[in-house]
Design a protein around this ligand. Sequence first.
Ligand code: ADP
Length: 486
Amino acid sequence: LQQQLKDPSLLKCAGFINGQWVQTKTEKAFEVFNPSTGDVVANVADLGVKETQLAIDAAQAAFEKWREVPAKQRSSLLRRWFDLVMANQEDLALIMTFEQGKVIAESRGEVAYGASYIEWFAEEAKRIYGDILPSTTSDRRSLVIKQAVGVVGAITPWNFPNAMITRKVAPALAAGCTIVLKPASETPLSALALAELADRAGFPAGVFNVVTGTDSKSIGAELTSNPDVKKITFTGSTVVGKILMEQSAKTVKKTSMELGGNAPVLIFEDADLDKAVEGALVAKFRNAGQTCICANRILVQDSIYEEFIRRFTARVSEFVLGDGLSSESTMGPLITKKAVAGVVSLVNDAVSLGAKVCIGGNVGSNGDYFFEPTVLRDLNASMRLAKEEVFGPVAPVFKFGSEKEAVAMANDTEFGLAAYMYTKDHGRIWRVGEALEYGMVGINETAISSEMIPFGGVKESGQGREGSKYGLEDYLEIKYMCMGDI
Ligand code: ADP
């Protein structure tokens, strides 16, 4: 990897604490793999509780000064970081594909998407407004100011190794918080390259710290119990999110949680079928099906079911599975062999209960990390695929009769992140849009995410929003000041 980078110094293998690159004393390290080949890409410092404490101490010390830095200056630093990320887009994309496997075009896209959050929050840093409220008596005035929450602990997943970080770090720094990040141990290199660029942009030492390590339980326990940490922000599974919320309760930390999804795509008989096929395709197979807003269940009205299956399967047959670095590949591997095993078990469960495979259904011929793009039909509610997030390139297509039935099926899950519908009926758009128990609803569109919108879920998909003006609120406290004797 290093030889392929235009700027080899972006490949960092140590943690980043208080402006210094930190190895452990014992030089303990863990291996990062390229899932396309199984090769070791790098050995990264395996840090633990002690280094997490050091990082929190550094972040706390830096917070005292960073909170005083004028918004315009915080904004300029963020803007410089954005420019550096975009100037190094190609290298960051290469690093990402090497450690995560996604096809290089998607990695380039994610770097730009991730950077857009830095740009956005550089702008929003200048728009943290307070309020002056009416008073109950004539001799007093009531004011509201917004202040940084304090030190933030962030834990991020491997599926978007860049954007899940910038979505958290950029609003935190814009608000005046400092941050300690624990990236997924599968994909620490993207996080470290971002830290290197932030350092070059000129953020003061201790403002942005990265603790790399495999003992996520202990690092997470320290982040959630240390009284200096005032907020935990997490993207990952609902199981781990609940643990972190429980641990955070002891010191009443604020939490933002982006957890699991089980996104339905509702395709009604009046839909533009070609658009619905393309939308479902994008929503299902991006990042080899490893996104939390991936179409997990495709629900199609009975009168168009056969035609949808025909057209959709034809499009799925065009995917080229292969090494993410090859420009010919349109879909890469899954992150680990364990992830492949999880997909296999969900497919086997559905098939054993009567689902039929339209295309795919097997581990890819390219190797153990690959799974073929797959379409399953004749699904029913008894199958695990109806309830569980598949996190792989498997599209289960369910059938429904009425609008009411479609909404009931869509809502029959504890998750509530994203849902999509295809219809031309304006009345239905409102009825279904309001009835769907989801934080985000795509209407005749599945590419719904950007830095300008509030990304987040309801029910067990989490709390808080990332991106947009709302994304900054999660890093701010409201303070009321009462001025008397006027
Ligand atoms: P995924 O299935 O996407 O890997 P996880 O929720 O297991 O989702 O992991 C997301 C992030 O949470 C990763 O950085 C992982 O290391 C971290 N993590 C996993 N378990 C814990 C835990 N008990 N405490 C803190 N962090 C954890």
